[in-house]
Design a protein. Structure first.
Length: 106
């Protein structure tokens, strides 16, 4: 069975796929940051949800990239994982770095 990362690599060669993927880059970056901060904290989705005062499906939606969380949600996520929320702006030309970053230090 093919690995998803191998399939993605092949699909990125298709211009239409690449364009659609790149259009979703910001959502993927944020979703990845949410997963990363949860994993660094050693929490399951259910445990994180309890600490945030929400439900596991809400955390799953955050990690899917299907929603754009509010500042309040991001602050609760940072608090629940013992992290500090950092938001930055950068010129579009230099947009190779993730725009949403979390820090595990407080």
């Amino acid at each position: 069975m093919a690995r998803i990362s191998d399939m993605h690599k092949e699909w990125m060669k298709v211009p239409k796929y690449r364009k659609a993927y790149e259009a979703l880059e910001e959502e993927f970056v944020l979703a990845s940051a949410v997963m990363d901060v949860r994993n660094r904290a050693g929490l399951t989705q259910e445990e994180l949800a309890r600490k945030m005062g929400t439900t596991q499906p809400v955390v799953a939606r955050l990690e899917s990239g299907r929603v754009r969380p509010s500042m309040r949600t991001l602050e609760r996520l940072a608090d629940a994982t013992g992290s500090r929320l950092l938001i930055s702006f950068e010129p579009r030309e230099a947009a190779t770095k993730p725009r949403w970053r979390t820090s595990s230090s407080r």
